[in-house]
Design a protein around this ligand. Sequence first.
Ligand code: UD1
Length: 374
Amino acid sequence: MGPVSDDNPGRRSGAVAVVYGTRPEIVKLAGVLRELGGRACAVHTGQHYSAALSDVFLTQLRLGAPDVRLDIGGTSRGRQIGEATVALDRLFADRRPAAVVVQGDTNTALAGALAANASGIPLVHVEAGLRSFDRAMPEEHNRVVIDHLADLCCAPTETSRANLLAEGIPAERIATTGNTVVDVVPEIVPDDDERRALLASHGVDEDAFVLATFHRPENVDDPDVLATILDELARLPMPVVLPLHPRTATRATSFGLDDRLRRLRVVEPLGYREFLGLAASSGILVSDSGGLQEEASVIKRPLVVVRNSTERPEVQGTFARLVAPGPAIGETVADWSSDLDALHARLAQTPSPYGDGDASKRCVAAIDELVTRP
Ligand code: UD1
């Protein structure tokens, strides 16, 4: 665990501990951290330890270094959860935060929830109530447990709120806030000049390429599924830019699939700004990401969601289409490509179902209400 000093008021007892460990958590907690200001104690578990997946996001979102940095790294799921829980339990015993905030469904978020619960500290779950109803996903187990431990569930939409109520979570524990990602995307997405430079550096033309990302175990841990996805991408009628997550890179090499990667424009994982710039200038997105389903509704680009299930039904049929890994990838891209301008124009007029950009403010108002409750 990193050294803890009292220089920053956010490190003192009574602060709100905000726990993150992966890039989506950094993105989606940025607005909450800013709203909390000096009252926040930012804790990085180190689940994502590579600069490309962590520090570049802190810098681009102007968050600075975390107050406390743990070092759980890339181990097995059980060990990640166990080690982060032990380290956070120690930290919370030492610092006694007024509340602990976790976001989403990662191993880091579950560890933060377990440690807060064990320490008797009020727990806040940002992005509560998402359900894929798919028990094969580690994230589904993580989010269900977190929601049931949480004293305050910040549900992004009415659908997520209804999921929580259906599981018996009382209404007084739920605040409907919108999704905090909507707060940061407009601020981060680069302007036209920067986007033109990005397109030139990747050798692609506006609206005439596919931006793809893959990292979920269901897609990348099985050699046949990963080979199928890479073959489908290589057959698409547009160039495909593929920022490669370290998990996917490792699997592709160990399965002997590097020759298939050579048929695509593989690049290192991108910073948030670059990624959003390319995404907003792409013709079509193809991905198994969770957060991109929300981001697509802000940058107004169509997304092929390559998964067996989704916990984000709000964008299905408008910004997104869920397909299994296989020929449906190419079929969907062909279908949308037949009149891409009209599709882009339609999406430009379609509001995001994830809110108006004030979700972080609403979360912090609900947190304040929680910590001042007698
Ligand atoms: C995690 C989250 C997932 C989220 C994703 C965003 C869980 C269960 N999953 O998946 O919900 O969508 O982050 O990226 O928490 N690795 C590195 N450098 C890093 C981090 C990971 O090389 O900085 C490699 C390691 O070999 C590691 C593997 O990637 O074992 C997987 O990383 P891990 O943090 O376990 O999960 P993600 O696949 O990133």
